[in-house]
Write a protein that binds this ligand. Structure first.
Ligand SMILES: Cc1cc2nc3c(=O)[nH]c(=O)nc-3n(C[C@H](O)[C@H](O)[C@H](O)COP(=O)(O)OP(=O)(O)OC[C@H]3O[C@@H](n4cnc5c(N)ncnc54)[C@H](O)[C@@H]3O)c2cc1C
Length: 397
C-alpha cells in the first residue's frame, strides 16, 4: 500500500534554491494559465494559498497556482526529483501544530480546481480538488440534492474529507468521507485513480489518514435527494450559566441515541458587552418545525432566557454557523476531543474554570462547544473499510 506514499512535506527548515532557480525549474513546464511567484515578489500574496490563522503557520519560499492537472503532475515530479518539500493547500484551515514545522517550502495553491458538477440522474457530484463546502451548496440545491458536509463554508471539501468530515447532516448520511466514491490523485508515482476497485489500498488510506498520500485534483461523491426539500429547522436557545447542569443532563440523555435528522450543539460563550458567561444551545433538525417540536420542547422545558426558531436552507444554515468562524488573520487555535459519553459533573467543573478564565483574559474571544450528531449512519460502515478510526465517538468537543 505504502508504495504510493508521498512525502508532501519534510519537516524542518529547507532552503529551496534561489528565487531565479525556482522559476527556471518549474516555469518552462507549466501551462500558460498557471502562476508562479517567490516570496520576494510583490504579487506573491495572490499566488500563495491564504491562511486562516496566524498561529503556527507554515512559511513558503515560493508558490505555484497550477491551472490544470498536468501542471500538478509536473510540479510533483520536478519537486520530487529536486528534493523540494511542498504542501498543497486551499484556504489554510489545517491547524495541526506540525504545520509550523514546514518552513520555506513550496506551496501548491489548489484554488483553480474549483469546478462543481452535479449529475442528478446518477446521484453523483464531481468536484475539483479546490472547492469549499460553501461552493457546493448552490449547485446541489439547484439539482434538488444534498450531501453531508462540515459546518463552515470556508473549509475545503477535500481537506475535510481526507480527515473524516463531520457536520450536522452526519446522522442522515455519515461522515463526509463515507460519501467519497473515487479520486484522481497525483502521487509520487504519477496520476492515479483511487476507488474501492482501483488502488483500493490507497483509497482506504486517504479516507481518514489524511493529507500526505498525494494531491487530489478531482473527486466524485455520492449525493442524495434533498431531505425536507432542503429546509432545516434551526432553534437557538440562550441560557444563564445557572442552568448548565440541566443542559449537560439533556445532552447526556442523547448519549446512546439521537434522532438522525438532529444536531445538538451546546456551547459556553462569553458576552464581552455585558461581561457575562452564558450557554448557547443550537438545535438543527432536517425536517419541519412540527417534526422538530418535541425536541425543541425538551430544551424549552429547561427555561432558556431566549428562544429563536428559524426555517432556513442548508446553505443558509452553514452561513449562520460560519459567522466569525471563517474570519482570517486572527490568532485562532483549535483543540478537540472525541467523547463517548457525557460527564455532566466534568462539564459543570469546566464551566466553573472557564468563567474566571474569560474574565481574566479580556482579549480572548474563544468558546467551548460540543457537537452531538447522530452516528447510526457512520456506524453502518465497518471499521476496517476506511482508515478513519473513531466511528464510535458520539460527540465532538
Ligand atoms: C474554521 C474551521 C471550521 C472547521 N469546521 C469543520 C467542520 O465543520 N467539519 C469538519 O470535519 N472539519 C472542520 N474543520 C477542520 C478541517 O476539516 C480541517 O482543518 C481540514 O484539514 C481543512 O482543509 P482545508 O483544505 O480547508 O485547509 P488546508 O490547510 O488548505 O489543507 C489542510 C490539509 O489538507 C490537505 N489538502 C487540502 N486539499 C487537498 C487536496 N486537494 N489534495 C490533497 N491534500 C489536500 C493539505 O495538504 C493540508 O495538509 C474546520 C476547521 C476550521 C479552521
Amino acid at each position: 500500500m505504502l508504495r504510493h506514499l508521498l512525502h508532501t512535506f519534510a519537516l524542518g527548515s529547507v532552503a529551496l534554491a534561489t528565487d531565479a532557480n525556482i522559476k527556471a525549474l518549474f516555469g518552462p513546464y507549466l501551462s500558460p494559465g498557471s502562476e508562479i511567484a517567490t516570496s520576494s515578489d510583490p504579487g506573491f500574496v495572490d499566488v500563495v494559498s491564504p491562511r486562516w490563522t496566524t498561529w503556527e503557520t507554515p512559511t513558503f519560499q515560493a508558490a505555484i497556482k497550477p491551472a490544470n492537472e498536468a501542471d500538478v503532475q509536473k510540479i510533483v515530479e520536478i519537486a520530487g526529483k529536486n528534493n523540494i518539500p511542498f504542501l498543497a493547500t486551499l484556504n489554510g484551515h489545517g491547524n495541526n501544530l506540525k504545520y509550523a514545522k514546514f518552513q520555506n517550502g513550496l506551496n501548491i495553491n489548489l484554488a483553480n480546481f474549483n469546478s462543481v458538477r452535479v449529475d442528478a440522474a446518477s446521484n453523483r457530484m464531481i468536484v475539483g480538488g479546490g472547492v469549499t463546502f460553501g461552493d457546493i451548496s448552490d449547485p446541489l440545491a439547484a439539482a434538488g440534492k444534498e450531501i453531508q458536509t462540515g459546518n463552515a463554508v470556508c473549509v475545503g471539501l477535500i481537506g475535510a474529507t481526507i480527515g473524516g468530515g463531520i457536520g450536522t447532516m452526519q446522522g442522515l448520511h455519515g461522515l463526509v468521507l463515507d460519501a467519497l466514491e473515487s479520486v484522481r490523485i497525483v502521487t509520487a508515482t504519477g496520476l492515479v485513480v483511487a476507488s474501492k476497485s482501483e488502488n483500493p489500498d490507497l483509497f482506504w488510506a486517504i479516507r481518514g489518514a489524511g493529507a500526505n498520500f498525494g494531491v487530489i485534483t478531482s473527486a466524485t461523491y455520492i449525493v442524495h435527494d434533498e431531505t425536507n426539500s432542503g429546509r432545516v429547522t434551526l432553534a437557538d436557545f440562550v441560557f444563564p450559566v445557572a442552568s448548565n447542569r440541566s443542559i449537560w443532563e439533556l445532552l447526556k440523555s442523547y448519549d446512546d441515541h439521537i434522532p438522525a435528522p438532529m444536531a445538538l450543539i451546546p456551547s459556553i460563550q462569553y458576552n464581552r458587552t455585558i461581561n457575562e458567561t452564558y450557554i448557547n444551545v443550537g438545535l438543527a433538525y432536517y425536517g419541519s418545525q412540527s417534526e422538530a417540536q418535541p425536541y425543541i420542547d425538551q430544551v424549552n422545558a429547561l427555561h432558556p432566557g431566549s428562544t429563536t426558531i428559524q426555517n432556513v436552507t442548508t446553505g443558509e444554515l452553514h452561513e449562520i454557523f460560519s459567522e466569525g468562524v471563517c474570519d482570517r488573520g486572527n490568532r485562532h487555535n483549535v483543540y478537540s476531543l472525541g467523547l463517548r459519553t457525557t460527564d455532566s459533573a466534568a462539564l459543570e467543573e469546566t464551566l466553573s474554570d472557564l468563567i474566571p478564565f474569560f474574565e481574566a483574559h479580556p482579549d480572548y474571544r474563544g468558546n467551548f462547544a460540543i457537537q452531538r450528531y447522530g452516528n447510526a449512519a457512520m456506524l453502518r460502515i465497518p471499521d476496517d473499510e476506511t482508515a478513519y478510526p473513531w466511528r464510535d465517538i458520539s460527540a465532538y468537543l
